[in-house]
Ligand binder design. Structure first.
Ligand SMILES: [Mn+2]
Length: 234
């Protein structure tokens, strides 16, 4: 399907910084970015692994952030829920319990604007780096080979049922991390994901888990896509 995969060419000017789940805490994110000298003017780009909204106080700022030309993001399960809300495909109690009260409280027109903005986000990002391709998806790469995942996302003939199963895994699954699966995803240098909160970023095979709960603690893992290590101050 068109738009499910976004491909970013190598960044010749600045750094590509990948950040975990922000959950409506954009001020905390801004402080963290300032601490590493993040500079869009110098060509730095921010790649977000999804779950930009819900829980924190600034979820409604998401439209403004996603409007910046240096911000790129994939859809997490919380974007999925926000997209479904205006269509009546999300149960109120469940959504409120998952941090969706901000969306529920918005007027209908704004809800539709936010949902449309989030629905335009890809499910996966492919990022070219000097050392090879880096894949970004919210929860897990559903297939052993990265290319099979993106091919299915872009398939014109994939059934609705199989597409739903694919997205369920890409946006919601914790199977790999709970099993401690160290099999590398083939065909990419690394896959960077969020979704599963942890105190410290971990790597299983070539999958790097970076949801270090920065939205709660302010300690975001800001991964430099070139080194695959946390970015330092410049
Ligand atoms: Mn998530």
């Amino acid at each position: 399907m068109r738009g499910s995969v976004k491909r970013l060419a190598r960044n010749a000017d600045g750094r590509d910084i990948i950040v975990g789940d922000v959950h409506g805490c954009f001020t905390k994110l801004q402080y963290a970015l300032q601490a590493i000298g993040f500079s869009p003017e110098a060509g730095d780009r921010l790649i977000m692994v999804g779950d930009l909204v819900d829980r924190g106080p600034e979820s409604a700022w998401v439209v403004e952030w996603l409007g910046q030309p240096w911000v790129h993001a994939v859809q997490g399960n919380h974007e999925d829920m926000a997209i479904r809300w205006p269509d009546g495909n999300m149960e109120w109690g469940n959504y409120a319990a998952n941090g969706g009260s901000w969306m529920i409280a918005l007027d209908r027109e704004t809800q539709l604007e936010v949902a449309a903005t989030l629905a335009a986000l890809p499910i996966a990002i492919e990022l070219e780096t000097e050392q090879g391709l880096v894949g970004v998806v919210h929860a897990e790469c559903p297939t052993p080979v990265w290319r099979d995942f993106t091919a299915m996302l872009e398939s014109l003939t994939l059934s609705g049922k199989r597409r739903r199963a694919l997205l369920e895994c890409a946006q919601w699954s914790r199977v790999r991390v709970e099993m401690g699966d160290t099999d590398p995803v083939e065909g990419v240098r690394a896959v960077v994901v969020g979704h599963t909160p942890m105190l410290k970023s971990i790597t299983l095979g070539n999958t790097i888990y970076i949801d270090t709960m920065g939205w709660r603690t302010g300690t975001f893992t800001l991964l430099d896509a070139s080194t695959l290590c946390p970015a330092g101050a410049v």
